[in-house]
Ligand binder design. Structure first.
Ligand code: HEM
Length: 405
């Protein structure tokens, strides 16, 4: 019997500090049921060993059609027809389709290809920071942490510069559709429609006039019949949203962690070479992702001390696994030299994050630039007044006003 726990996973007060609740859950109800506004009653897993096992076990599938009976499928909440071009995305499919789609893009994200992009990211970061230098305060999210990854992923995809701001707004609407209640999701539909219309135009433009970018490369694959039109649209859309909201949160949450832990910040200012382990620690301690995306049990599966019934929807709470003191010494302390640091922030198994090397490189550039240019940056308002996004899967603050002098 899997115990039920009553918490609202998107409530601002919970999002502000979920960690004491996770300590209790790991001790008392490590695998439990929680009612959610979108997924009905789902199962949530909090211990490191169980989250890792969940993400690696192929009996937990991503496509409900591979796990649920036709009666169970009929009871699932329907995805609005408008969104159907985006449903066949890499994070919602199982092999062999998942493997086919992943192969099409993974070459672009290898560490070697990402290293070659670094000079462009440095230039984009410098251009964003230039005007901020003259200001005594700014919003670290709106003025830097959001536009930097948007520019990087949009350039990689081949979205014209003039369209990139709109592109980011649409991506935000898409993320909301997947995370808010069905009523609120309807409010995002006009933005989603504009996004789909724009995507079709962009794909047609790249087909007619290909360039040296990822969308053109994917369009070429389409001509070889390896990728359907809907799969192409879904791929662009997932790369856009997975590629920037998470990295925005890495920069925002990481700077917040440094401001709340002055000793760690002092160590990093005196030893900038620690940037790489420091980023791993930001990813672990206050990571950009609260939990995995959902999986569905294709069979009765033993996990930890329980059996997850076939047909269940299951989430792994990565933020909790990363603070599990069975796996991390001083799990609630920020140790920027932590080694080893096997956090689960990029997931595990077949759906391991494709953009991990890109995110790490963007993080390196962003933290190095911010600490170098604004060594005395501090919060304009106390940390307790920050509003965390009411999103179940992602973890980040909405605004981050800072004073730089
Ligand atoms: C710090 C930044 C990032 C974090 C924390 C992060 C985290 C994750 C996690 C946890 C997953 C697996 C989800 C699951 O199994 O349920 C994932 C998958 C994915 N990520 Fe990231 N991500 C980041 C940045 C990026 C970037 C920059 C890109 C691309 C440009 C990207 C593209 C993807 C894609 C395409 C997948 C799906 C892979 C698959 O299904 O095979 N991510 N990411």
């Amino acid at each position: 019997m899997i115990p039920a726990v009553a918490i609202s996973l998107t409530e601002p007060a919970f999002k502000a500090d979920p960690f004491p609740t996770y300590v209790r859950m790991r001790a008392e109800t490590p695998i439990c049921r929680i009612a959610t506004s979108r997924n009905g009653s789902a199962i949530f897993v909090t211990r490191y060993a169980d989250v890792s096992a969940l993400l690696r076990d192929k009996r937990f599938v991503k496509d409900p059609a591979n796990a649920l009976t036709s009666e169970q499928l009929a009871q699932q909440r329907r995805i609005p027809g408008l969104l159907s071009p985006l449903t066949r995305n890499i994070l919602a499919l199982d092999d062999p389709d998942h493997a086919r789609l992943r192969r099409l893009v993974q070459a672009v994200f290898t560490p070697r290809r990402i290293d070659a992009l670094e000079a462009q990211v440095v230039a984009a970061s410098a251009a964003l920071l230039e005007p901020l230098h003259k200001q005594s305060s700014f919003d670290l999210i709106a003025d830097y942490a959001l536009p930097l990854p948007v520019k990087v992923i949009s350039d990689l995809l081949g979205v014209p510069t003039a369209d990139q701001t709109r592109f980011a707004r649409w991506s935000h609407a898409l993320i909301k559709v997947g995370s808010v209640s069905p009523i609120n999701a309807i409010l995002q539909m006009p933005a989603v429609l504009s996004f789909l219309r724009y995507l079709k135009r962009l794909i047609a433009m790249k087909r007619k006039d290909p360039a040296d970018d990822l969308i053109s490369a994917l369009v070429a694959q389409q001509q070889d019949d390896v990728l359907s039109e809907h799969e192409l649209m879904a791929m662009i859309s997932i790369l856009l949203s997975a590629g920037h909201e998470t990295t925005t949160n890495l920069i925002g949450n990481g700077m917040l962690t440094l401001m709340r832990h002055p000793a760690a910040r002092e160590s990093l200012l005196t030893a900038p070479a620690l940037i790489e382990p420091a980023i791993e620690e930001f990813l672990r301690f206050e990571g950009p992702v609260e939990m995995s995306t959902p999986r569905y049990a294709s069979d009765d599966v033993a996990l930890g001390d329980v059996t997850i019934p076939q047909g269940s929807t299951v989430f792994g709470i990565i933020a909790s696994a990363n603070r599990d003191d069975r796996n991390f010494v001083n799990a609630d302390r920020v140790l920027i030299e932590r080694d080893p640091n096997r956090h689960l922030t990029f997931g595990e198994g077949g759906h391991y994050c494709l953009g991990a090397s890109l995110a790490r490189m963007e993080g390196r550039v962003a933290f190095a630039h911010l600490l170098d240019r604004f060594p005395n940056m501090h919060m304009r308002h106390p940390a307790s007044s920050h509003r965390w996004r009411p999103n179940m899967v992602l973890r980040g603050i909405e605004r981050f006003p800072v004073i730089c002098a």
